[in-house]
Design a protein around this ligand. Structure first.
Ligand code: DC
Length: 232
């Protein structure tokens, strides 16, 4: 069976990761959460005092990028990849509000993007990959056979992110979640380097009224209807 590349982009908390994981499981593809890589860099910066009062020591961070080893390790019990930073499982810590508050700023640094995009391209060189993020269809895999741009009503996004955080034992207020999502949307759209923008050939998927099974079903049907995966 011919393998393809699936690029999923969109705003924060639109359900991209859940959809990407579901597709990867169904198609037996590799799943890479590119946002987790930016979050791992943000966590490294926080832990190493490279951020003071919201100000990032950019030259120092750039000089230390070579010390960062970011890996994904598949956990069969949760059927998902977990993020490791220099050998330590940081999957839970990278989702905390402390990291969410600084990650968009970290992701606007050109050298950080170059460092991570090169790794992301490497993951996809044999196809058979689903990657989600903000610039996957426009920058990481411009030749992806399937590009999705996911949108969702903001109230639904706030509720989904709150539920996700609660299920991980992280308790924050609805206002904090909304503020963080709105700020990150703004930064992701307006940054100079590879901003969040819909690829010309992307298909828009509005997940506001679709649960995760319906989203998966819709995309699998799309792959079939467009005859994207053919016998070799
Ligand atoms: O998908 P996420 O919310 O975990 O992503 C965290 C941040 O990383 C998000 O605010 C924007 C940034 N990001 C990016 O700039 N490019 C990507 N390909 C993925 C994420």
């Amino acid at each position: 069976m011919k393998k393809i590349t699936i690029a999923i982009d969109g705003y924060s908390a639109t359900g991209k990761s859940t959809l990407a994981k579901g597709l990867a499981k169904k198609l037996n593809y590799l799943y890479i959460d590119s946002g987790a890589m930016y979050r791992a860099v943000a966590l490294y910066a926080l832990r190493n005092n490279l951020i003071t009062d919201g100000q990032i020591n950019i030259p120092k961070l750039i000089s230390e990028l070579k010390n960062l080893d970011i890996q994904f390790v598949f956990n069969p019990s949760t059927y998902s990849s977990e993020t490791y930073l220099n050998g330590e499982n940081v999957e839970k810590e990278i989702r905390t509000p402390l990291v969410s508050d600084v990650v968009s700023k970290i992701s606007s640094i050109k050298e950080v993007r170059e460092f991570l995009v090169q790794k992301q391209k490497e993951y996809g060189k044999n196809k058979g990959i689903v990657m989600d993020g903000r610039d996957i269809g426009t920058n990481v895999f411009p030749d992806a056979e399937l590009k999705l741009f996911v949108i969702t009503d903001i109230d639904v996004r706030v509720k989904r992110r709150l539920d996700e955080l609660h299920s991980k034992g992280i308790y924050v207020s609805e206002d904090e979640v909304r503020k963080n999502l709105e700020e990150r949307d703004y930064l992701d759209i307006h940054r100079k380097e590879n901003p969040l923008v819909q690829a010309k050939d992307a298909i828009v998927l509005d997940t506001t009224d679709l649960d995760k099974d319906q989203q998966l079903e819709y995309v699998l049907k799309l792959i079939k209807d467009l005859k994207l995966i053919k016998e070799e």
